[in-house]
Design a protein around this ligand. Structure first.
Ligand code: BYC
Length: 330
């Protein structure tokens, strides 16, 4: 039995108010979540659970396909054949992740075309980090190591969540991301331990990416809008601050062991609490970037619009029912 159906173009807050849901169904739903059961597409679910999952999975799918762009521009310039092949494979994987995630979001009732339209119109968000340029090869290296590492922390947590199709997509994505991480780490260590110029180029890239990486996990738990409810529903399995802390725990040592550092004198772990402290990462910049005013937002969407227009004939050809050819075969 379907629960609250997908209502396009509605404010999620208005939708919860509009759909009065049976308290017994709501209680049974929460009990299933608390027992650790997976929710599947045809199960009853609160309208807001559906709406929130669509928002999150759709943003995640957009992040994968937009996320392929900064790295994609480096395929022709990657240093050497081995790095080129690895980058081509990685970019293909990221697009594949987008497809998996759009399919998972479609199980909740929102058509893929509408998701793409919402991306192109600027209505849907995607990850802040992909609105920054990959200026040098070292930026691609930082993306391949540290952005993928950050994504794995988030995705591993969420793959243990409550919505079956999203969790299954995340499990597969994590397996591939683990491989991306290895090639990212290899490229990172290579530059860090290379010539002084390579080391300097890598440090400069880490300096550029530090704040966007801190932003990647979302606003602090105090400022997060959706975390509380999403964690109750086990859509999110860790809070933004906990994921950020886990990332810093795992990756600050790996960065420092090769003589690179994050450009923040206040980045220190408090031995009492086990939490990392850091300087204010300028949350105003984060909100500007996710509103569409980052350094590359316009460029990223322009490329996607171009691809959408140029690829329309292929989609139309695929969607056209087969008719017997009138051209005689030789
Ligand atoms: N960027 O209430 P909050 C990859 C928004 S791609 C943009 O804490 P929530 C890769 C948030 O949407 C992997 N917006 O939100 C690909 C909300 O705004 P709305 C990308 C952000 O949902 C290619 C508002 O801020 N990963 O790895 O509880 C190459 C308040 O936030 C961001 C995912 O997409 C952000 N970083 O928690 C290489 C993971 N953070 O919607 C690599 C899936 C927050 O109310 N998403 N906002 O207008 C999630 O896990 C969660 O959505 C977040 C945020 C933890 C990101």
């Amino acid at each position: 039995m379907y629960g609250g159906g997908f209502i396009p173009d509605e404010n999620p807050k208005k939708q919860t108010e509009a759909v009065a849901e049976d308290p017994a169904l709501l209680a049974e739903f929460q009990a299933r979540i608390d027992r650790g059961e997976k929710i599947e597409p045809h199960d009853w679910m609160p309208a807001m659970y559906r709406k929130q999952l669509i928002r999150m999975i759709e943003q995640h799918a957009h992040s994968e396909i937009i996320g392929a762009l900064p790295e994609g521009t480096w395929i022709t310039r990657a240093p050497g054949f081995r790095r080129k092949m690895a980058l081509i494979a990685k970019v293909q994987d990221e697009i594949g992740h987008g497809h998996l995630l759009y399919t998972a979001a479609e199980t909740l009732g929102k058509p893929r075309e509408q998701m793409i339209n919402d991306l192109l119109s600027g209505k849907s968000k995607y990850s802040n980090v992909f609105n920054y340029p990959a200026v040098t090869w070292a930026d691609v290296t930082v993306i391949g190591f540290l952005i993928d590492a950050a994504a794995i922390v988030n995705q591993l947590a969420n793959s243990k969540g409550s919505y079956g199709p999203y969790c299954r997509a995340l499990e597969r994505i994590c397996a591939e991301e683990a491989f991306h991480l290895k090639q990212g780490h290899d490229a990172f260590v290579y530059l860090a331990t290379g010539t002084p110029q390579q080391h300097e180029m890598l440090q400069a890239a880490v300096n550029r990416w530090y704040k966007p990486i801190i932003h990647f996990f979302g606003p602090s738990d105090k400022e997060s809008v959706h975390s509380e409810q999403l964690m109750r529903w086990k859509v999110k399995m860790a809070s933004n601050d906990d994921m950020r802390n886990q990332f810093l725990d795992m990756y600050v040592p790996k960065v420092r062991e090769v003589g690179i550092d994050f450009p923040d004198p206040n980045l220190k772990k408090d031995p009492e609490t086990g939490k990392w402290n850091f300087s204010d990462p300028d949350w105003d910049e984060f909100y500007e970037v996710i509103k569409g005013n980052g350094p590359c937002n316009a460029e990223r969407l322009a490329v996607r619009k171009w691809a959408e227009e140029k690829g329309r004939w292929v989609r139309q050809a695929l969607a056209t029912p087969y008719t017997k050819s009138t051209v005689p075969l030789a």
